[in-house]
Design a protein around this ligand. Structure first.
Ligand SMILES: Nc1ncnc2c1ncn2[C@@H]1O[C@H](COP(=O)(O)OP(=O)(O)OP(=O)(O)O)[C@@H](O)[C@H]1O
Ligand SMILES: [Mg+2]
Length: 319
């Protein structure tokens, strides 16, 4: 387990969007601490607000409400110029490396741009640093003059990681960095991220929509649903002892590689569509699909509480 020194403190962060039909509550009250050197997995189905949460934490979106403290600095009240400096320490790696890398720029320019923005290196030192970064992510000097389309998906994601590392960040939001990759390549990129974390003491918020890979890289896992926190626990505890019916459903959807086990196990059936995040009623967001729903769930929103040491949940079954 990572050191218990808090690097990032997130308190009741909300990000609402005004859309035609009302208020879309993409993130509606997120609170967690991230310890130095740890990986927190952020998991939930598509549209539950993971990317919005990642961006709000980095203030790539202006928040609707809440507070984020990074290494003692109040991120949301920083003036723009100071925020730019802080960006050196907080980076993001995106899901689709093809869409997030400019196709008309060489790898040298893509990584160099990050160095230029923060005036980190010029001339020969700049090239030397770019080669260093390429080596760090398992690429070599000859890749510097190439364009994004000349790479495979996994290699492109390595370029995206090198770009994030260029400014020597302490914290990286990894927004589904492996979801667009072949399964065989996913493990390689996860291993690279782990190795870099060990070497550089990095802290990650690792976003994914299913639990299969997240459990290998995360120290703790936070499960989100419709902009809200459902469950938070250490990775092993969450996998062995999921308490929230939504987490149980997510875990039952993870395929098991052994076909014998896969065929014989029970999958939890969850009926119904995910409700709209626009003007949601103030009750348990999962109540429309939950197999264990009871009256209380349709009357009020469950409180966030610690039900075992370091195991938190928002569910009326644990009132
Ligand atoms: N700029 C925006 N304006 C309006 N609504 C938005 C905006 N960005 C996101 N949303 C909405 O907020 C909700 C959460 O979106 P978000 O992209 O954060 O989900 P996600 O969990 O990252 O999904 P995915 O797994 O598909 O990436 C969705 O309903 C989405 O339509
Ligand atoms: Mg997303």
């Amino acid at each position: 387990m990572a050191q218990q020194e808090v690097l990032l403190k997130v308190e009741n962060v909300k990000k609402h969007f005004n859309v035609g039909g009302g208020t879309l509550k993409a993130v509606d009250g997120l609170s967690f601490d991230l310890y130095k050197g740890e990986t927190l997995g952020l998991v939930g189905e598509s549209g539950c607000g993971k990317s919005t949460a990642g961006r709000a934490v980095l203030r790539l979106y202006e928040p609707t409400e809440g507070k984020v403290t990074f290494d003692g600095v109040d991120v949301y009240s920083l003036p723009k110029k100071k925020l730019k400096e802080l960006r050196k320490q907080m980076q993001i790696v995106f899901q689709d490396p093809y869409a997030s890398l400019n196709p008309r720029m060489t790898v040298e320019d893509i990584i160099g741009e990050a160095l230029d923005i923060h005036k980190l290196a010029k001339g020969p030192a700049r090239h030397k640093r770019i080669v260093e970064l390429l080596n760090l992510v398992g690429l070599s000097e000859e890749h510097a003059s190439r364009f994004p389309h000349e790479f495979s998906g996994g290699q492109r994601q390595r370029v995206g990681i090198a770009r994030a590392l260029a400014v020597e960040p302490k914290f990286i939001v990894c927004d589904e960095p492996i979801s667009a990759l072949d399964v065989s390549i996913q493990a390689q990129v996860v291993n690279l991220l782990k190795q870099l974390q060990n070497e550089m003491g990095l802290t990650y918020l690792f976003i994914a929509h299913d639990l299969s890979m997240v459990k290998y890289i995360s120290d703790r896992i936070l499960v989100m649903y419709l902009g809200q926190m459902m469950e938070l626990a250490e990775s092993e505890e969450l996998n062995d002892n999921p308490l929230h019916p939504y987490t149980q459903f997510l875990l039952s959807a993870v395929p098991i590689p052994d076909p014998g086990v896969e065929k014989n196990r029970d999958r939890i059936r969850v009926e119904g569509e995910i409700p709209s995040p626009i003007d949601p009623p103030n009750l348990c967001p999962f109540c429309t699909r939950c197999p264990k729903v009871h009256d209380k769930c349709k009357q009020s929103r469950p409180e966030w509480k610690e039900v075992k040491p370091n195991h938190y949940i928002a569910c009326h079954l644990f009132d």
